[in-house]
Design a protein around this ligand. Structure first.
Ligand code: G6P
Length: 545
C-alpha cells in the first residue's frame, strides 16, 4: 500500500473537499486570530502560515499523516546516522557538521565529531594563512583573488552564503576577493582571467566526486592559464595556486592537488547539503572563520528545534506538511521563492537544487512507482524585482502558485534614514503582495464594479518567513529549516531525498556526443541531434574557409 491509500491521506482528501473551496478571505473573515493561531517562531525565524488555505483541523490531520508515517522516528534516524540514503546505503549527517565538538556522535566505532572538528580547524588554519598573506603565489605574491571552481552543491551554497553575509566581512580581510566559477562553457572563467593577476590568484577546486566534467574543465583551463603565465610546471603551480576540497582524495591527487593542499569531507555529506563542510571554505574566506562558525551555530539551533520540538510547533515539520497539503490535496505544483532582501538573491537557485534534486523523485524507497505528486516546480527571484516581472501571473494568471516571502525585520540599524526608509518600503511591499495574493481585491471596497481585467482573485497561498535580522546565525537557521522541510516531505512521500541518479545518464550521453563533433562516422543518434551537429560543423567550416 502506498501512502495515498492510507487512512490519514484519505481523511485529508475528504477534508480538502470540505475546506478546499473556501477562499482565504472567508477564512480571515471567520477568524481574526489567524495570525496568532498559525504563526510559529524558532531560531531567529518567525513563520506565518495564516495565509495558507488551512484551518486548525487541516493541521491536525496533517500531523496525523506525519505520525502515521512515523516522522518523529525518521527524524531521530537522520540525526543518529542511520542509513537513510538507502540507494547509496549511507547516512546523511549534514547536521553533524554543525554540531558542537562537545557532543559526541558515534558512527560505527568512530566518534565522528572529533574528525569533523579537526577538519574544520584545518580549514580555518588555511583560511588564516590566506588572510594574513602567509600563503604565497609562485612569485611570492600574497593572495588577493580566490576563485571557487565547483558546480551544484559545490557552488550554490557557498555562493549564496557569501552574498547573504557580504556585510559581515571585516575590513581586515576585504583585500581578499572571492569569485565563483561553475559553468562548463567557461564564460565566467574567461571573464575573470582577463582581469586578475595570476601570481596572486588561488583556485579552490570544490568537488565531492572530483570527477565532475564541468569543474575539471574549468580547473584544467585555470591551470593552463597559470602555467602559461608563470612558465612553471603544473606540479609547482598546483602547490601554490590550487586547493582541493573533496570526498575523493585519490582523484584529487591524480589530478595533481598535493595532499597538503587538500581538505576532505565524507561521503555521508550530500553535495547539496555540503556548505557546512570544508566546501564552505569560500564562505570562511569571504566572511571570516568566526562568521562561518556562527552560521554553523545558527543551523545547529534549528537542528535542535527540529529534533526536539513536538510536530505541532515544529517549524520545518509544519513548513513541510503545509507544502504536502498544497501539492497533494490542493493540486498546486508551482512554488515561488521570493526574498525581500537583495542579499538573498541566490536563495531561489540554491533551493531549486536542494528541493528539486532531493524530492524530484517518482519511485519509493522500496522501488515502487506511485501516482501521487512529489516536488513542485520551484523557482524565484528577489521579490521587489519579481513584482515587475512575473507577479502579473501570480495575481491574474490561471495557475495556482504557493509562495514563500522571506524578509529580515531589522536592517540598516547602523545606517542613515534613507536606507532604513528603503527597508521599510521593501517590507511594506512584501506584506502588501502576500496580503493581495491571499485576499485579492476584497481589500478594496468597490472591486465588484471593476472590469474583469482589473480584478484580483486572490486565494494564492503563501508563507511569510521573517528573520529577526539577517546574520550568520539566522541565515544558518533559515537554510537548515529548508533542509529539514525537504526531509519531512520525503518521509511523507516515502522517497529517498539524498540520491540523484537522474543526473547521471545525461552526462554519459554528452560524453558520447563529444566524438560526434569531430568524427563524422561516429555512432548514429537521431536525426535531430545529427542535424544540429551538421549545422554546427557547417558554421565552423564556413568560418575556416
Ligand atoms: O561536488 P561534485 O561531485 O563535483 O558534484 C557537483 C554536483 O553535480 C552532480 O551532478 C549533482 O547534480 C549534484 O548533486 C552535485 O552537487
Amino acid at each position: 500500500m502506498t501512502v495515498d491509500q492510507s487512512p490519514a491521506w484519505t481523511a485529508l482528501n475528504k477534508h480538502a473537499e470540505e475546506l478546499g473551496n473556501k477562499h482565504l478571505k472567508d477564512l480571515f473573515a471567520e477568524d481574526d486570530q489567524r495570525f496568532d493561531r498559525f504563526s510559529f517562531s524558532a531560531a531567529h525565524c518567525l513563520a506565518d502560515f495564516s495565509k495558507q488555505r488551512i484551518s486548525s483541523n487541516t493541521l491536525e490531520k496533517l500531523i496525523q499523516l506525519a505520525e502515521q508515517q512515523r516522522l518523529p522516528e525518521k527524524i531521530e534516524a537522520l540525526f543518529t546516522g542511520e542509513h537513510v540514503n538507502t540507494s547509496e546505503d549511507r547516512p546523511a549527517l549534514h547536521t553533524a557538521l554543525r554540531q558542537p565538538k562537545e557532543i559526541p556522535l558515534r558512527l560505527g566505532e568512530a566518534d565522528i565529531s572529533q574528525e569533523i572538528h579537526s577538519s574544520l580547524e584545518r580549514m580555518e588554519t588555511l583560511v588564516e594563512q590566506i588572510h594574513n598573506g602567509q600563503w604565497r603565489g609562485y612569485d611570492g605574491s600574497p593572495i588577493t583573488n580566490v576563485i571557487n571552481i565547483g558546480v551544484g552543491g559545490s557552488d550554490l551554497g557557498p555562493l549564496m552564503a557569501c552574498r547573504a553575509l557580504n556585510m559581515f566581512t571585516s575590513a581586515e580581510i576585504r583585500h581578499i576577493e572571492v569569485h565563483f566559477v561553475s559553468s562548463m562553457d567557461g564564460s565566467q572563467l574567461a571573464r575573470l582571467l582577463n582581469k586578475i593577476d595570476p601570481a596572486s590568484t588561488l583556485f579552490i577546486v570544490s568537488s565531492k566526486s572530483f570527477s565532475t566534467i564541468d569543474t575539471l574543465a574549468n580547473s584544467n583551463t585555470a591551470r593552463e592559464w597559470l602555467v602559461n603565465a608563470s612558465g612553471l610546471s603544473s606540479e609547482l603551480i598546483s602547490q601554490h595556486h590550487f586547493i582541493g576540497i573533496t570526498a575523493s582524495p585519490t582523484k584529487a591527487s591524480e589530478w595533481g592537488i598535493p595532499e597538503k593542499n587538500q581538505l576532505h569531507f565524507w561521503d555521508w555529506t550530500g553535495g547539496r547539503y555540503s556548505m557546512w563542510s570544508a566546501i564552505g571554505m569560500a564562505i570562511a574566506l569571504h566572511t571570516g572563520n568566526d562568521n562561518f562558525r556562527k552560521m554553523l551555530a545558527g543551523a545547529h539551533e534549528m537542528d535542535s528545534h527540529f529534533r526536539h520540538t513536538p510536530l505541532t510547533e515544529n517549524l520545518p515539520a509544519l513548513l513541510g506538511m503545509i507544502g504536502i497539503w498544497n501539492i497533494n490535496f490542493l493540486d498546486i505544483h508551482a512554488h515561488a521563492i521570493l526574498p525581500y532582501d537583495g542579499r538573498l538573491q541566490h536563495l531561489p537557485a540554491y533551493l531549486e537544487q536542494l528541493e528539486m534534486e532531493s524530492n524530484g523523485k517518482s519511485v519509493t524507497l522500496n522501488g515502487d512507482k506511485f501516482d501521487y505528486s512529489t516536488c513542485p516546480i520551484l523557482w524565484g527571484e528577489v521579490g521587489p524585482n519579481a513584482q515587475h516581472a512575473f507577479y502579473q501571473l501570480l495575481h491574474q494568471g490561471t495557475e495556482s502558485v504557493m509562495c514563500d516571502f522571506i524578509a529580515p525585520a531589522l536592517r540598516y540599524q547602523e545606517y542613515g534614514e534613507e536606507l532604513q526608509a528603503q527597508h521599510q518600503l521593501t517590507l511594506a511591499n512584501c506584506l502588501a503582495q502576500s496580503r493581495l495574493l491571499a485576499l485579492g481585491d476584497s481589500v478594496l471596497d468597490n472591486a465588484d464594479n471593476a472590469p474583469l481585467h482589473k480584478r484580483y482573485r486572490g486565494n494564492q497561498p503563501s508563507t511569510t518567513i521573517i528573520l529577526d535580522e539577517l546574520t550568520p546565525e539566522s541565515f544558518g537557521a533559515l537554510i537548515a529549516m529548508y533542509e529539514h522541510k525537504v526531509y519531512v516531505q520525503s518521509v511523507i512521500w516515502e522517497i529517498n531525498p539524498f540520491d540523484q541518479w537522474g543526473v547521471e545518464l545525461g552526462k554519459q550521453v554528452a560524453t558520447s556526443l563529444l566524438d560526434q563533433f569531430t568524427d563524422p562516422v561516429a555512432a548514429k543518434t537521431d536525426s535531430s541531434t545529427e542535424g544540429l551537429i551538421r549545422f554546427v560543423q557547417q558554421q565552423r567550416r564556413e568560418v575556416k574557409s
